[in-house]
Design a protein around this ligand. Structure first.
Ligand code: DX5
Ligand code: ZN
Length: 231
């Protein structure tokens, strides 16, 4: 892997992106610090109660995390509809990647372009019911492709193994078309499936409840990392 994605991966086998959705929000700064040694990216899920049946964070939180953790890599995943209405406000919060759901806009091409124009790396996410073929025509515009392995909206759901087949398709498409996106998996990731996901071609693992809902989030994050190195 070369270019943008190779640089982002920095020679590592995979990147771990703890999702703060299931962290103790009253102590969020401390929660992030607890897993700092094992995190590569901080994953922030934005939900609008419309595209998904839950509400979560706004751009203010992204700005606050950027202020508190200036050197961190902030991975913002917006599950909001229509996506174009929210691009400028989240791009203004200076994330490193801004990922939109393909299903959340009629104008995905324009949305990806507008994220890039705002100086942020664009990512595209697909729900379990959306095939890779639905986004093939815009994959050249994305720095990241996020495969949802649960239906979006909540943490701590069961991993949908059928969604993982899309990883192989994305790996193949990337080679055939000489593209450079990272492949990220989000939903139900834990120490039991992390190794298989990485060997299938996943570059970035998002994990929420498998880290923050555990008694010791730091050792839970290390456990996921070790499960991959020991594969
Ligand atoms: C789901 C979110 C996920 C979620 C993952 O809509 O996009 O990032 O926080 O949580 P776990 O790892 O518990 O499935
Ligand atoms: Zn997410």
């Amino acid at each position: 892997m070369t270019g943008t994605s190779g640089a982002l991966k920095g020679g590592r086998d995979f990147l771990l992106a703890p999702s703060i959705l299931d962290a103790d929000l009253l102590r969020l700064g401390e929660e992030i610090k607890r897993v700092e040694d094992d995190l590569d990216w901080i994953h922030i899920d934005v939900m609008d109660g419309h595209f998904v049946p839950n509400l979560s964070f706004g751009p203010g939180l992204v700005t606050s995390i950027r202020g508190e953790f200036p050197g961190s890599f902030i991975d913002v995943h917006i599950m909001v509809e229509p996506a174009e209405r929210f691009v400028d406000m989240f791009a203004g919060a200076s994330p490193d990647i801004l990922t939109v759901q393909a299903e959340s806009t009629k104008h995905i091409h324009r949305v990806l372009q507008s994220i890039r124009d705002a100086g942020v790396r664009p990512g595209i996410a697909i729900n379990p019911g959306t095939p890779v073929s639905a986004i093939e025509t815009v994959l050249h515009m994305a720095d990241l492709v996020l495969v949802m392995t649960v239906n979006p909206g909540f943490g701590a759901q069961k991993f949908l193994p059928e969604a993982a087949a899309k990883l192989k398709e994305l790996v193949r498409f990337r080679v055939v078309h000489s593209l450079d996106y990272l492949i990220e998996v989000d939903g139900g990731v834990n120490a039991d499936n992390a190794s298989l996901l990485v060997s299938t071609g996943c570059d970035v693992l998002v994990a929420g409840s498998a880290i923050f809902k555990q008694d010791d989030p730091a050792s839970a994050a290390s456990k996921i990392r070790d499960s991959v190195s020991g594969r």
